[in-house]
Design a protein around this ligand. Structure first.
Ligand code: BGC
Ligand code: NOJ
Length: 811
């Protein structure tokens, strides 16, 4: 069953039934100021950091779901309704929610009144706008009462859920004209406040939640709206809100527009006050003046659309299948930008207070957006590298506001350092900018310990070399990419965190996933060294890579697939000898991508084993059989019920590793089948089962051993976005960036006749047309660049500012 449809021309997903199987959300904002908005108006707004600068309250895991947001109530006679359906949930005559690129629109109607809301954050602006248009389509005069509603909480969002003895006594507001200013804690250490304004005279307001709702009422039954009259309350402590009240009389056919602005202001400490206890409203008023007319807001919306035209114009395909085209051209790229902005902080599954920017996550995210915003990718690489230590290890996360690493969610994940080689080399391949290697980048955020960025890569590489275990394989540390494979943890206490507990000496447990990862990015490191003339270092490094390949072949092969790890006792994990968890996806992915033992048939055997043991109708599960009891020596992985999350769930992040592995073998049909199994647009028809948004990837789909296979969770913020984009564009469609040009080597389904891709690269536009006359999956016979044949698969860097035709004939 479907709950809406794609509108590709507008780059929107159009939800036509508000009761989606889970809230389907969108992200507004592109730089400092953000908002999460569900298809019924739920969500919240924050400046830079959803923990420290959240403007409005949101209640996670609440009943009913998704309660609290930026709401409107329209009272028309005895009927009260909300354009986003919630909170009133009055059945609407029509409802539409259009989630687009950084904006959301609602179009609804009830009893001859049409309401349209356009909600977005203008580029470079610290405020969220809602253009509300009301139209009388009936033949009678309408006397409407419009109430707005937001709930403030501009203080520490974690504290907001715990420290009631204080918070209930701190709330303060000011009201002037049509603006409600929220100034809680402003007189002490905060140099910032928020405001909610409308560009029209108001007929009343409320700022005290209890007075507005009634102590025992929900958002769907507010006293003030029921009474049809505001109480003009001024909040003192308790829970401050902002609600405007406007009486709107509309003749038949008449319409009116209102512009609401939810803004955030920072002032210098000496400029905080206008007069005693009266906050300085000048900056807020300047913000309001920027968007006080429909023309101004429409122009800003136009700029936002043009911004996305530019970003999404860089890679565009025409494959003949709309489902694939809309993933590659629109939604997957969009999701990559959202993960760039959010990392794993704020979604409807991430609370915005738990996890900051992850070292491994942010490096991997980068491969999904570097082509769109290379300058910001460069800055991000330095932010991440600055949280590394001289020995190559690093903080597992840093907080976006301070950019400082912290140990809140642990450290010593031994895969972490290697991802810096991935992000850096992909950045250079996209941009040709080798200069970042020479930039001085701090260690441990300490400028006095800065070294050229290249040294950070070297430290990453040698961190593996310097931390090998008994089989010459990489020690796993607290865990590798699989945060839940905690091989040195041994936790017996339910009050302990698997992320931070590590009570065993980490000198035996080894990871085959890191081994494969090291061979892939070790080779990249060698290639980079050669490219920049560091030949001695290249030779030295190559020896370590070769040694790792040998170690995997010798002690990492189980006969039909690669082992996953050795545990603390030196016992095999992911072996046919094990009772449960006989085979794992991660080592199959990385060791096949690395091509380890390809001549000996290992790559093929491994991928065949994946197909046989891990593949299912909804994707490739992480391990099989899933664990059914707690293995203290394995850690969190065995805490999940079978089929969920890291225990036999379909972890969408690592499915592309297998897709890429398949392209090593040239099996394009198989690679693409795996792609379509988890690509959200291909799952639209099973939305009822899948539950989360059909336009973005989720982290996890319940696996074959789960009680409800195919049911998905944790949409939006996941490395799944960038890896699927990387796999489809660079390996399946096979247009891969390299230091000296674009390598074109598709690995596609044999039945395809070909496809077209427009790729902006180093300032030039490559109009690539791939033809597949012999219906093969892999193999390039000829490439013609602007009509002349070239004798390699690398299309060189072509003249910037121009369009070039690249004709590729497979065969
Ligand atoms: C989850 C992982 C996550 C980790 C770190 C675990 O509970 O299963 O997916 O990476 O927590 O926060
Ligand atoms: C989610 C985390 O953000 C990521 O870092 C990790 O690799 C996966 N879970 C797998 O555990």
């Amino acid at each position: 069953m479907k709950y809406g449809h794609f509108d590709d021309a507008n780059r929107e997903y159009v939800i036509t039934n508000p009761q989606t199987p889970y809230p389907w959300i969108n992200y507004l904002g592109n730089e400092d100021f953000f908002s999460l908005t569900s298809n019924t108006g739920g969500g919240y707004t924050f400046y830079k950091d959803a923990k420290f600068r959240r403007l409005t309250r949101y209640r996670y895991n609440n009943v009913p779901i998704d309660d609290g947001g930026k709401y409107f109530y329209i009272k028309d006679g005895d009927t009260t309704w909300s354009p986003g359906w919630k909170p009133m949930k009055t059945p609407l005559d029509s409802y539409e929610c259009r989630h687009g690129m950084s904006y959301t629109k609602f179009n609804s109607s009830k009893n001859g009144v049409e309401a349209q809301i356009l909600q977005f954050i203008p580029l470079g602006f610290w405020g969220e706008l809602q253009k509300v248009s009301l139209k009388n389509t009936s033949s009678e005069t309408k006397k409407l009462k419009l109430f707005s509603f937001v709930e403030w909480c501009l203080w520490n969002a974690e504290d907001d859920m715990t420290n009631f003895q204080r918070n209930f006594s701190t709330g303060e507001v000011e009201i002037q004209d049509s603006t409600i200013y929220h100034k809680t804690e402003f007189k002490e250490r905060r140099n910032h406040y928020a405001f909610y304004n409308v560009n029209a005279p108001i007929d009343g307001y409320d700022t005290d939640r209890e007075s507005f709702l009634g102590l025992y009422n929900g958002f769907d039954n507010p006293d003030v709206v029921n009474d049809g009259a505001p109480k003009n309350t001024v909040a003192h402590g308790w829970s401050p809100i902002a609600s405007h009240y406007i009486e709107v009389e509309l003749q038949p056919g008449e319409s009116r527009d209102f512009i609401f602005m939810l803004g955030y202001v920072e002032v210098a400490p000496e400029d905080k006050w206008e007069s005693k206890a009266v906050i300085n409203k000048k900056p807020a008023k300047e913000m309001m003046a920027k968007f006080d007319t429909v023309e101004k807001i429409d122009a800003a919306y136009g700029e936002l659309r043009a911004y996305w035209d530019r970003l999404l114009g860089k890679i565009n395909i025409d494959s003949g299948d709309d489902r694939l085209d809309r993933m590659v051209n629109i939604w997957n790229q969009y999701q990559c930008m959202v993960t760039f902005n959010m990392s794993r902080s704020a979604s409807f599954f991430e609370s915005g207070i738990g996890r900051g920017m992850g070292f491994r996550d942010s490096n991997q995210d980068l491969i999904g957006f570097v082509h769109q915003i290379p300058e910001r990718a460069r800055e991000r690489i330095f932010d991440i590298a600055s949280t590394q230590f001289e020995d190559g290890s690093c903080y597992h996360q840093y907080q976006p506001l301070t950019k400082k690493g912290n140990s809140a969610i642990g450290g010593d994940f031994n895969d972490d350092p290697l991802w810096l080689i991935l992000s850096t080399t992909e950045y250079i391949k996209e941009t040709g900018d080798f200069s970042l290697l020479d930039e001085m980048v701090p260690f441990d955020n300490d400028a006095s310990r800065a070294k050229p960025h290249f040294d950070h890569l070297k430290a990453s590489f040698y961190h593996v070399v310097n931390n090998l275990g008994p089989h010459g394989l990489p020690l796993i540390g607290r865990a590798d990419w699989n945060d839940c494979l905690n091989l040195n943890c041994f936790s017996e206490d339910p009050n302990e965190s698997f992320q931070t507990t590590g009570n065993k000496k980490g000198s035996t447990a080894e990871s085959l996933m890191i081994a494969g990862l090291f061979v892939v990015y070790g080779k990249e490191y060698v290639k980079l060294c050669k490219r920049i003339g560091k030949d001695v270092e290249a030779q030295e490094a190559e020896k370590h890579v070769d040694a790792m390949i040998e170690a995997v072949k010798k002690d990492g092969w189980d006969g039909d697939w690669y082992l996953r790890a050795y545990d603390y006792y030196g016992k095999k994990i992911g072996s046919n000898e094990n009772e449960e968890g006989k085979i794992f996806i991660e080592s199959q992915g990385w060791c096949t991508m690395a091509g380890i033992g390809q001549e000996e048939g290992m790559v093929e055997k491994s991928l065949n084993a994946v197909k046989e043991h891990l593949d299912c109708e909804y994707g490739i599960v992480l391990n099989s059989p899933a664990f059914t009891k707690y293995y203290i020596e394995y850690g969190e992985i065995s805490t999940y019920p079978a089929g969920y999350k890291e225990n036999g769930g379909i972890f969408c992040h690592n499915n592309p590793w297998i897709m890429i592995g398949e392209t090593v073998l040239g099996r394009g049909d198989q690679a693409y089948e795996y792609y379509t199994k988890i690509a959200p647009s291909f799952l639209e028809d099973i939305s009822e089962l899948h539950r989360v948004e059909p336009y973005v990837y989720c982290q996890m789909i319940a696996g074959k051993e789960a009680s409800k296979p195919g049911e998905a969770k944790n949409s939006w913020l996941s490395g799944t976005a960038s890896w699927n984009f990387f796999a489809i564009t660079q390996y399946i469609l096979g247009v891969k960036t390299d230091y000296d040009g674009l390598v074109i080597d598709p690995c596609i389904p044999s039945k395809w006749d070909g496809f077209k891709m427009t790729r902006e690269y180093r300032g030039a536009t490559y109009n690539i047309e791939v033809q597949n006359p012999e219906h093969i999956s892999k193999g390039v016979k000829r490439i013609l660049v602007n009509g002349s044949e070239i004798d390699s698969k690398i299309v060189p860097i072509l003249e910037a500012g121009k369009e070039h035709s690249v004709q590729v004939i497979m065969g």
